[in-house]
Design a binder for this molecule. Structure first.
Ligand code: PLP
Length: 390
């Protein structure tokens, strides 16, 4: 375990130092090979060092890295139009995009936009217990995990939490002070909890009745991972605002907040800004990522390979249930030993993480092969055996 004393101790000491990666494979500083079934936490959906992304970065770095948002650049609008078409599942959705640098920042934009759209006196954002929306002060308060709030009180005012997957709880909590409801289609950090069928449609109906916006946080679920471009598309609902980040740059930091035009137009110049947002370098990486994603048909692959992975996991002894969708899965264990199993898997060369005391998260690249899935299942089986044997 290493913890570099020059870094703030916000992360636990790291068991491994990775130095290179290609596709689903990673290598550490001792030359040991690993299969990455976490993709940098659902970030490297095309795998590590994808040549098209590397080429786009090199080309753009040699052309124009950055200009201020006081001026326009040629890449960000192209990327915005492409994202708008993905939000519309292949058709223009008629929305506009703000580019940020992370998931939390994309959500900050959505929260500010909701307040601007709703006007004075209607500023509350409702989210669900068990959710995760980021670590800035506002997104931390939106995150429905009170234990994460304690050390940082007082948090910004204007956030309320309701029971996940209970439309009646939302109906009761939503009053005229509410500007928006913010939900993940599958709670990721909360343990891979998919919205039960009909829940998001019920939320949409309640938002329409009460005049609140529906914001979908697709930071972890977005861009093909669940088998559709966005998780909400499984439920046939149309959100007002969609946030995304992680997979968008395949490892290059970029976030985005999409909103339908009437909502987006509530912002006025200088209401919101960020120095690096939409800069040519990150936008080029994202454009290349989306081009490869579309060419490779990542949604279909995620669905198909997700079925193979899910079948393999559910056959392992020690696994009592598999939750999730596409290639965002949790293997729920019979005992609360996920941290031990993840550590044993890592020693064998498989990267997964303990997303709950009794659940492992698996989120491999969407281009993962059947052979890699078979290898990962065998490694996990050995890890489960080791922990089971004590
Ligand atoms: N929203 C969701 C659903 C997430 O899973 C995450 C990160 O895990 C975030 C927001 C925050 O994103 P970031 O860490 O890029 O700020």
């Amino acid at each position: 375990m290493t913890l570099d004393s020059s870094l703030m101790p916000t992360y636990s000491p790291a068991p491994v130092t990775f130095v290179s990666g290609r596709g689903t494979e990673l290598w550490d500083d001792q030359g040991k090979r690993y299969l990455d079934f976490l993709s940098g936490l659902a970030v490297c959906s095309l795998g590590h060092s994808h040549p098209a992304v590397a080429e786009a970065l090199c080309r753009q770095a040699g052309t124009l890295l950055h200009v201020s948002n006081l001026y326009s650049n040629a890449v960000a609008p192209q990327l915005a139009r492409r994202l708008d078409r993905l939000v519309g599942d292949g058709q223009p959705a008629g929305g506009k995009v703000f580019f940020a640098n992370s998931g939390a920042e994309a959500n900050e934009c959505a929260i500010k936009l909701a307040r601007r759209w709703a006007g004075p006196g209607r500023h509350v954002v409702i989210s669900a217990y068990g959710s995760f929306h980021g670590r800035t002060l506002a997104t931390l308060h939106a995150t429905g995990q009170p234990s994460k709030h304690e050390a940082f009180q007082p948090l910004p005012e204007g956030f309320r939490h309701v029971a996940w997957a209970e439309p009646a709880a939302l109906e009761e909590a939503i009053d005229p002070s509410v500007a928006a409801v913010l939900l993940e289609p599958i709670q990721g950090e909360g343990g891979i909890n998919p919205a039960p069928r009909g829940y998001l449609a019920a939320v949409r109906r309640i938002c329409d009745e009460r005049g609140a916006l529906l914001i979908m946080d697709e930071v972890q679920t977005g861009l093909g991972r669940t088998g559709r471009w966005f998780g909400f598309q499984h439920d046939g609902v149309t959100p007002d605002v969609v946030t995304m980040a992680k997979a968008l740059g395949n490892g290059v930091p970029i976030g985005a907040c999409w909103a339908r035009a009437e909502v987006a137009d509530a912002f006025r110049p200088s209401d919101h800004a960020t120095t690096f947002g939409g800069q040519p370098l990150a936008a080029s990486a994202a454009l290349a990522t989306l081009e490869v994603m579309e060419a490779e048909g990542v949604c279909g692959r995620a669905e198909e390979r997700g079925r193979t992975l899910s079948d393999g996991l559910s056959r392992l002894s020690g696994v009592k249930e598999v939750r999730g969708r596409g290639l965002l899965l949790a293997a729920v264990l019979e005992a609360a030993v996920s941290a031990d199993v993840a550590a044993a898997a890592l020693r064998r060369g498989l990267v997964v993480n303990a997303v709950a005391p009794d659940a492992l998260r698996l989120a491999p690249p969407l281009l993962v092969t059947d052979e890699e899935i078979a290898e990962a299942i065998a490694l996990l089986s050995d890890a489960l055996d080791e922990v089971g044997r004590g």
